[in-house]
Design a protein around this ligand. Structure first.
Ligand SMILES: Nc1ncnc2c1ncn2[C@@H]1O[C@H](COP(=O)(O)OP(=O)(O)OP(=O)(O)O)[C@@H](O)[C@H]1O
Length: 779
């Protein structure tokens, strides 16, 4: 029996006899100091400002994840007129950056590149694009490029490290401009994140994730549709933002022929950037040496630096007196202390390290909150982490449904930069974050909780004090803060660079080491990536990009998933529809299976219902069966998911991704027939053993290097690198018969080396897949 969704710990409950304690495993946390005597909460004051942004679901079948922002009542659809007494205009004018408006415009009128450094909440992300979008240089112009007349410019792109920031900022700016967002034909503001785009006709400002801008760069290396690119939150130094900085440097230092001589303006922004490093990278000397067609250093664009002083609202920072022995305990106590002692309303945003920690804390807070007296406001908990679907993430940004409740958002560092969570007045910072680190020599990734940097701590604190004065509770001492390093290591120095190398190759960069990067990754990591790309067929043996590589770079999927998709379209496999179903489930966000608790009274019933989904070959085919049965259900999908404890929201998102992937495959002419994919619901057809084998072999075309063989001592040893690896408890194969060979789609080092998303395969199939890639045998 699969125990993917078994509990990882005993069910915890507040002691029935003593409502002032909560238990975490063996520990008992007493909250009595905060709760007795119970102070009466402050009376609820009507909020002086309307909550914003007023994001809403698009009504419909629920498969669309677009967000729709209610237009301001006074603003006609598509209008950009905002009344002078609009509260939002007043709020904009109160932002510290407002007084710098003229300065920013003047500087960009004269120069092409500007670095804006200003405190969190000073108004950079929401205001700078609005200041610039009506500048004369921002108009779309017709120009002659070679022999054609083409339009250049007219729009501003502003990149964000995460989709939640891109969508919420787009919502806010649309509101401020009095223009609708999403689902509308006209408007000034749009957004584009993976699997979700909403760019109205005539948009002047587009918020997009860094990954999406990279995709656009592959299609249009001169970014012709834009007059300006704003790179926000550059301090996060993701691989993608480093690549963007490199490409922008090439455009800025080039001869502009590809834009018909029209310059591209570039604005780099952050509250906590390493100013010197960025200035060096974009210095005239560095510019002139990065391009053969560059003018001499004396005429290269020079980077202006503008520092925005001040923030709108103060934030009081409180450190602990002594180190806290148990972060979770301290965090929960702090939440209840705020709830009972700080004025209401005022929501709480608490930073934890990961999904598991968030779920554990959520259970405890909810259990305890249920025992609070009826005259005490309830605590409503909202999780916020990367694996959640966009819809689930958006819920954290809505005002609490009940007026007599305090919202507690439990977030990972995805809420650390850029975002404003409306209503939040208090921040709690646990001082740690899970950091992904790729050890190129081992070919293994680790995901361990580590102390954050000063930059992260400042950003977390900056999530308070955005709508009113706030407080930031750091669960570590002032001395610990002082000892933190200034910034995190850039991702390019600690992560797999497979995607980065593929992007560079697809953009025609042959000499990867000569590409302008703020930090150059280890040669070892680049070699590993080149080897992997050759194996995937994305690069030829001489390192040149192949047609397969070009296609992979354009898919909104990682290269191995893209490779599986392309293989599925080959006549030898011919299983595109099934592979799309599986990849849709794998990339939809949160696991489609909710974790089951063995003490749950419905445990056996749910396990019974799930049995029809589990496949003894492992997780990949279990996902397929689940998607196919879900899609074939035509009575009540919500009830169907409930009975099996499937995450209905993730399933809906998977259907949405499935629709988009099918569309991409039709466009790329990958389907072997010209017949359109059959509409749902189709009757469920059990998978034959031969078909199961074909599908797993097809997945090996992308994942032959992520395989392990059973050793005589019953452990699994990876075929690449020869490391011992265990099947993760979340896999349907955990605790089952041990097949002689396994393929895994992910691996992670936490307490030990774990293989996730595991399937039973045969050693001969692995050899076959490696041989197709020209790499030889595994054993
Ligand atoms: N979604 C939102 N809902 C409500 N208010 C918002 C929202 N987004 C922004 N604001 C308001 O606009 C102010 C400025 O936000 P903005 O994101 O432009 O600042 P920033 O300087 O870019 O901050 P950071 O460096 O933290 O990203 C916020 O402090 C808040 O008052």
């Amino acid at each position: 029996m699969a125990d993917e969704h078994r509990p990882k710990r005993r069910k915890t409950k507040a002691n029935a006899n003593d409502a002032s304690v909560v238990r975490i495993g063996d520990k008992v946390i007493s909250l009595s100091a905060y709760l007795k005597p119970q102070p009466k909460p402050a009376p609820i004051e009507p909020q002086s400002k309307p909550p914003a942004p007023e994001a809403e679901r698009v009504p419909g079948d629920g498969t669309d994840t677009q967000i729709q922002i209610k237009p301001q009542k006074h603003a006609p659809k598509g209008s950009r007129e905002v009344r002078k007494d609009s509260p939002l205009l007043k709020a904009r004018k109160a932002l510290p950056i407002w007084t710098y408006q003229r300065d920013i415009k003047d500087r960009l009128q004269k120069e092409d590149i500007l670095l804006v450094v200003g405190e969190t909440g000073s108004g950079k992300s929401t205001q700078v694009p609005q200041f610039l979008c009506d500048e004369p240089w921002c108009r779309r112009r017709k120009t002659k490029i070679q022999s054609d007349f083409v339009g250049v410019g007219g729009m501003i792109a502003i990149t964000q490290p995460r989709r939640v920031a891109a969508t919420t900022l787009a919502g806010r700016v649309a509101n401020e401009m009095g223009t609708p967002l999403g689902g509308s034909r006209e408007g000034s503001v749009g957004y584009s994140v993976r699997f979700d785009h909403s760019v109205p006709k005539g948009a002047k400002i587009k918020f997009l994730t860094e990954g999406m801008l990279l995709q656009e760069l592959l299609r249009d290396p001169n970014l012709r549709q834009y007059s300006a690119i704003i790179v926000d939150e550059i301090h996060e130094r993701s691989v993608d933002v480093d690549l963007i900085a490199g490409f922008l440097k090439q455009i800025l230092s080039g001869d502009k022929a590809g834009r018909g001589g029209i310059p591209l303006k570039v604005v780099i922004m952050s509250a906590t950037a390493d100013v010197e490093k960025i200035q060096d990278f974009f210095s005239p000397q560095a510019m002139s040496s990065s391009s053969s067609s560059a003018p001499p250093a004396s005429t290269s664009p020079s980077m202006q630096l503008l520092r925005i002083k001040g923030r709108q609202w103060p934030v009081e920072i409180k450190h602990t007196d002594k180190p806290v022995p148990d972060i979770q305990e301290a965090l929960i106590k702090q939440i209840f202390k705020i709830h009972t002692q700080e004025p209401y309303p005022g929501d709480i945003l608490a930073f934890l390290t990961g999904q598991e920690e968030i779920e554990a804390a959520q259970r405890l807070i909810e259990e305890y909150s249920a025992t609070l007296a009826s005259d005490v406001p309830k605590l409503l908990v909202f999780p916020l982490y990367g694996q959640l679907s966009i819809q689930a993430q958006q819920e954290a940004f809505q005002p609490a449904k009940s007026r007599y409740a305090r919202k507690v958002v439990l977030a990972t560092n995805i809420a650390e930069t850029s975002v404003t969570v409306p209503g939040v007045r208090y921040v709690i910072d646990c001082g740690k974050a899970k950091v992904k680190q790729f050890r190129s020599r081992l070919g293994m990734e680790s995901l361990l909780a580590k102390p954050i940097s000063k930059s992260s701590a400042i950003q977390r604190t900056g999530r308070a004090g955005r709508e009113q004065a706030g407080k930031s509770y750091r669960l570590y001492t002032a001395e610990t803060y002082e000892a933190l390093r200034d910034a995190d290591l850039p991702e390019i120095l600690r992560n797999d660079v497979l995607g980065a190398v593929l992007t560079m190759k697809a953009r025609g960069i042959d000499d990867i080491l000569a590409f302008p990067l703020m930090d150059v990754p280890d040669v070892d990591a680049i070699e590993k990536a080149l080897f992997h790309l050759v194996l995937l067929g994305a690069l030829a043996l001489d390192g040149a990009i192949t047609p397969v590589g070009r296609k992979l770079a354009l898919f909104p999927l990682s290269a191995p998933y893209g490779r599986v998709l392309l293989a599925a379209a080959e006549p030898a496999y011919d299983c595109l529809l099934e592979v799309i179903d599986i990849i849709a489930c794998l990339t939809a966000g949160e696991s489609i299976f909710q974790q089951l608790n063995s003490e749950d009274e419905r445990f056996d019933e749910v396990e019974d219902a799930r049995r029809e989904l589990y496949r003894r070959e492992g997780d990949v085919l279990t996902y397929l069966t689940t998607m196919q049965r879900y899609a074939s259900e035509n009575a009540d999908r919500v009830e169907w998911c409930r009975a099996r404890r499937l995450n209905q929201r993730t399933m809906r998102q998977a259907l949405n991704i499935r629709r988009q992937l099918r569309g991409i495959c039709v466009k790329e002419k990958l389907f072997l027939t010209t017949e359109p994919p059959p509409p749902d619901p189709q009757p469920f057809q059990p998978l034959s053993p031969a078909r199961a084998e074909t599908l797993l072999k097809c997945f090996l075309r992308g994942f032959a290097t992520k395989t392990a063989l059973l050793a005589p001592d019953s452990s699994y040893v990876t075929t690449q690198g020869k490391h011992v690896i265990a099947v993760h408890p979340s896999s349907v194969l955990h605790g089952q018969r041990r097949p002689a060979a396994v393929m895994f789609l992910e691996h992670v080092y936490t307490q030990k080396n774990y293989a996730k998303k595991v399937s039973a395969v045969e050693a001969a199939w692995i050899d076959e897949a490696l041989a197709v890639g020209g790499i030889g045998e595994v054993a």
